[in-house]
Design a binder for this molecule. Structure first.
Ligand SMILES: [Cu+2]
Length: 79
């Protein structure tokens, strides 16, 4: 299981949160998507067949490309 945290600058309201959670959770292998309107961070947990590349591609496709995180906040944890 892999958990990744992305900074997504385009998150501006609850609708964005809803869209991200709905769309990303439909990817096969994604087990958890938690987007936060205040921190603009999204925490995604997944297993195969989902891949980080696939998740990023989907986020870009729906208009929520992950942005550059401030130093120390680009968290990628491999469990
Ligand atoms: Cu919004």
């Amino acid at each position: 299981m892999t958990t990744v945290t992305y900074n997504i600058p385009a998150i501006s309201c609850g609708h964005c949160v809803h869209t991200i959670q709905n769309e990303v959770s439909e990817l096969a292998g994604v087990t958890s998507v938690v987007a936060n309107q205040d921190s603009k961070q999204t925490v995604i947990t997944f297993d195969a067949p989902a891949t980080e590349d696939g998740i990023i591609a989907l986020l870009k496709e729906i208009g929520y490309a992950p942005g550059d995180a401030p130093a120390g906040q680009n968290l990628i944890q491999l469990n």
